[in-house]
Design a protein around this ligand. Sequence first.
Ligand code: MSP
Length: 516
Amino acid sequence: MGYSVTTPIFYVNAAPHLGHAYSTIVADVLARNHRQRGDDVFFLTGTDEHGEPVANVARDRGITPQELVDENAPKFQAMGPVLESSNDFFIRTSDPRHKAAVQEILTTVKENGWVYEGQYEGWYCPKCADFKTESEIAEGNTCPIHGVPLLRESETNWFFKLSAFQERLEQLYADRPDWVVPQSRRNEALAFIKGGLQDVSLSRNQITWGVEVPWDLDHVFYVWWDALLNYVTALRFGRDGEDLTASHWPATHVIGKDILKFHTIYWPALLMAAELEVPTRVMVGGFLLVGGTKMSKSLGNVLDPFDAIEQYGADAVRFYLLREVAFGSDGSVSLEGLKLRYESELANDFGNLASRSTAMVRRYRDSVVPDVAVDPVVAASFAGLGDTVSRMLDDGQISQALEAIWERVRLLNRFVEEQAPWTLAKAEKVDPTSEGFDPDELTRATADLDRVLRTLVEGVRVLAVLLHPWLPSSTVVLLDALNVPDLAWSGAELGTGAAGAVGDLAPLFPKDRAAA
Ligand code: MSP
């Protein structure tokens, strides 16, 4: 089955930071989970290269906008592999194929009767590239997101008849109450719609850096329409020799809360106007904060993803961000917080569980996992976990899904302590000539130790399959050491793994990394 997931496309007027990395990691978790489920995944990310912010930075630096985007887009492109993002394509909106598709789709929208020429008069934030409605203006005519003064704009524009979609949008929200998650964001979007939609500019004529309006060459399309359309234009050329539109649209969008209006109001209305299906779901994340304020290039308080990853590795940074900040809420992040979670959860809870489980199989069973049934109590607690995690991910409950898995990490740690395999191993070693020797006790100890070891290795294997979307490298290393490299989600059931020989396993999350 085709499955598409997207990140927002990033503005290229500065370098990437962890706030950008966050949506990429969330989308990557969804993409990897679906690949493991056997879907034909198309995971899309890219850069939003038109509009005023880019044109202004280029002008200040005395270079052309194209030179600026050619300089900066590769920095975002380079972020993917560093984060272990498995995106299938990276779209740049200055790509001529994208531009041609934008022109074609928006011409259809015009032919369908949703476009007219008019006079725009109102407030505009150059940082958001957003025409603000009355309810979106902060004190002193400033932008509520960036705090900068809004500009009074007056120009002849082509308009999109957004107001004509009021009822259809309300119907969409009524028919599919969870098409925007979490609920708080859905309610916010719906309240905006119910407040009454006004038509919005489709084009600008005081800007030249953009996609030309084919029926009026003095205009370029307003950058948000050009940007939003990337999600469908990329399907035409994102996979060599194929057009994925029929098999891979609609998509799931992962976005940040500051771009809610565009994705949950403008975008579905535009798709309706173009007679295309609306997205499967829009998942809205909160902000990563540093010391309580939004991490942002304009505020100058960004954490560099490349530095954090160099020290702790991509797996740890991915895990930390998604575990520390409940998806949908804002949350503070710091290098100290990363170190703490690295040590307590990755190195101790998970890494150590994997190390001790494999070490005990080497020591007590000559590296061969006993081919016996798994512990029924542990099996019951794992039963159906794969389905639960998949459902949660599809519903945008990213943090809940990770917590559901982590509960089993803790459960297995308790299981080792309670079953004390080292005591069972001692009981096995008892001298048959010693006084009071009970052969039944020996048989029991052996059977118990077999069951405990098999359960531990199986548990660790299932955890590795389930955690793979969050920890793509270390889980592969672990599964290789267990000699069961299969990542298929159907294998996330305790007892379905082969009981073979285990190999050596170096610490997955070495403590000296965190000490540095
Ligand atoms: N170009 C537009 C998106 C167009 S999508 C058709 C844009 N770009 S952006 O580079 O400013 O932001 C990209 C994404 O990064 C947004 O979803 C935004 O919410 C997210 N983040 C930027 N800073 C962030 C944090 N500090 N924390 C979490 N996400 C943040 O908007």
